[in-house]
Design a protein around this ligand. Structure first.
Ligand SMILES: Cc1ncc(COP(=O)(O)O)c(C=O)c1O
Length: 389
């Protein structure tokens, strides 16, 4: 078996663990959920996992639907975790409170003083913490769309009033339209940079100007894909105290399974966040893994170079397809518009290539989003794309 045959995502066989019978039926009616939550639909994780499991063993799988890294993290992560296990795996103790050592490592990585940094259980946890700490019912939140929808749920769960901004071109930052939607009453605004799924970048000058023009508004810049773009506003948190930048280890660092993220904010703001922050939120293995990942930036950089080259291969491939429009984003994904997206998705799935349907997003009719992996993987992906496009 070649190295490539060890597929992108190895999954265990299903059906080996018997499902335990319910101990008793749950009597209804249950206690009603909070009013702000009752309006929300349950999160249905759209995932290729069941299909991947069904295909297991028959064909190599390309799991390109969640923008994870397509290779395992630095070997230093495995070494550090193995060492922790070998030394007795003292998981009986709570993790280091406030992820002190991880925050110190992040301080080196970001160039910010530790007082500006809070480690979280994935960056979703950071987004949730900001909403829980700074939103009350009825507060106005401005969100340019299309974007990462999970934040909308967090804001709605606080009873916030959401104003979406849909500019004429979804692949433009549409700053004038955002500015128009903001007012002195806007409590919060959420900008993803590079944006998922369009790859739009919010430039530092624009973010700085907005923060200064709307001092009553807390701006969140979600930089989950920063490493791929190398464009950041994080140093702005030193200058303005109405900005939170969130980041994650789930993407370029390849630690999605460990759930580690962080936020950066002026201490004025983070004092507010620390009222609700749970200092136990990053588990011990997560802290160890993230510190080890930060200790191997050459590994990260090699992967970033690979993804950059692979994006060019994809760009060249899509240029050979006259009916296809492709946007190669500054993140680790491309957006592709095709005449019949449903058919293409089915064909790709039949070929073991799992991508994300984004055609219901405003401005993205007919579009799918596809994660970009390393060069070797992408060459194989292109062989299959050639059969589907
Ligand atoms: C823009 C954006 N923010 C946040 C997240 C969540 O990342 P995490 O795994 O750190 O919770 C994602 C995941 O896809 C994302 O695309």
């Amino acid at each position: 078996m070649s190295k490539w045959d060890a597929r992108l995502r190895v999954v265990e066989p299903v059906g080996t663990t018997p499902v335990p019978p319910r101990l008793r039926e749950v009597p209804g009616p249950s206690i009603p959920v909070a009013k702000s939550v009752a309006k929300l639909n349950p999160y249905i994780p759209v995932s290729s996992q069941p299909a991947i499991e069904a295909l297991r063993g028959r064909t190599p799988i390309f799991k390109l639907d969640w923008n994870e890294s397509t290779i395992p993290p630095s070997p230093k992560v495995q070494e550090a975790l193995s060492h922790f296990i070998a030394e007795g795996a003292e998981l009986n103790w709570y993790p280091e409170l406030g992820s002190k050592n991880l925050v110190l490592a992040l301080s080196d990585y970001t160039g910010l003083h530790p007082d500006y940094l809070i480690a979280t259980n994935g960056s979703d946890d950071a987004l949730h913490l900001v909403c829980a700490s700074y939103l009350d019912s009825g507060d106005e939140v401005v969100i340019p769309v299309p974007t990462y929808n999970h934040f909308v749920t967090f804001a709605q769960s606080r009873g916030a009033k959401i104003t979406t901004v849909c500019g004429e071109d979804p692949f433009d930052s549409n700053i004038p339209a955002i500015r128009k939607a903001l007012s002195k009453d806007t409590r919060m605004a959420y900008l993803v940079s590079p944006n998922n799924p369009t790859g739009v970048i919010y430039e530092r000058d624009d973010v700085e100007a907005l923060c200064k023009e709307f001092p009553n508004t807390l701006f969140i810049v979600d930089e989950a894909y920063f490493e791929f773009s190398q464009m950041s506003v994080i140093s702005l948190v030193r200058e303005v105290s109405n900005l939170v930048v969130t980041r994650t280890f789930s993407k370029a660092f390849g630690l999605a399974g460990l759930r580690v993220g962080y936020l950066a904010a002026n201490p004025d703001l983070s004092q507010g966040l620390k009222r609700l922050y749970n200092p136990k939120s990053v588990n011990t293995m997560g802290q160890i893994g993230a510190i080890a990942a930060l200790s191997d930036l050459p590994y990260l950089n090699t992967y970033l170079d690979e993804v950059a080259t692979a994006k060019e291969l994809l760009r060249a491939f899509f240029q050979t397809r006259p009916n296809v429009e492709a946007w190669v984003t500054p993140a680790n994904f491309v957006v592709v518009r095709v005449p019949n997206v449903g058919k293409v998705l089915d064909r790709l799935e039949g070929l073991g290539v799992y991508v994300r349907d984004r055609s219901s997003y405003p401005g993205l009719e007919g579009c799918l989003r596809m994660t970009v992996g390393n060069v070797h993987q992408t060459q194989h992906v292109i062989d299959r794309l050639a059969k589907a496009f």
